[in-house]
Write a protein that binds this ligand. Sequence first.
Ligand code: NDP
Length: 277
Amino acid sequence: MTCRSISILGATGSIGASTLDLIRRQREQWRVVALTANGNAADLARLAREFAAELAVVADEAALPALREALADSGIEAAGGADALVAAASLEADITVAAIVGCAGLAPTMAAIEQGRTVALANKEALVSAGDVMTAAVARHGTTLLPVDSEHNAIFQCLAGNDPAHVRSITLTASGGPFRDWSVQQLAAATPAQAVKHPNWDMGAKISVDSATMFNKGLELIEAHHLFPVGLDKLRIVVHPQSVVHSMVEYRDGSSLAQLGPSDMRVPIASCLAWPQ
Ligand code: NDP
């Protein structure tokens, strides 16, 4: 297999760690171009050294001196600030993993899309906040946009080789989160620690809280609407506490295709890294 190049935006987060775990297993097959973080200079420097990244960027400029110090004598370029983040996302890489949390990921993700290569998108907030702009840029630049989110990656797999015009419905599954069975009285006393303790998935803090409130599924419905434009009336959500079926597509002959797998983000990320194999 030939060596491919990769950049990871949000390398110090949960999705970043899962991606790098996969890269670590096939180290000789990957050249790491850029790794980015917000302010966690120590972890970013450690990862940049381990993976021999060409560039390490902290979005928070205040963390740049610490990053520079931690990378001294490594030969790895260090940079900081919003412009440096966008410049890192613009570097040529076969695949860029967009794994920054929140709308802070929008500008760098757009910069990666504008390179016209492959973007593996975890940063759902960017798509939710600017879906039409983003999908238009994907079309304009001939970019391949691959969904990392487990439900959307499942749908992508279930659509493969089939005509979207034959889709009767797409069903996103939802675990229901840690508070699914809680009474209104119990909810009133819920703590942040309980909110981030997801029963099936180990994720970053924001998406864990969004899962506890079910807001995440709202974001995912909008995400699905932009990624798979079959019409909102064909998009459904069902609560499936076991998180075994990650999503399913029903076709007009009445048959459904579903993707099942472990609750481990390395599965959909690996699917994106290996695509189209
Ligand atoms: P984490 O909070 O674990 O990691 C977020 C990453 O983004 C870190 O590298 C962080 O850097 C960086 N970051 C945070 N704020 C900024 C900022 N203002 N500017 C630049 N970089 C920033 O998040 P997750 O990995 O859980 O989630 C990442 C995205 O993937 C989210 O959009 C989430 O919805 C989506 N997703 C996550 C899943 C999961 O299992 N975790 C599943 C499906 C989707 P630092 O470490 O320095 O703070």
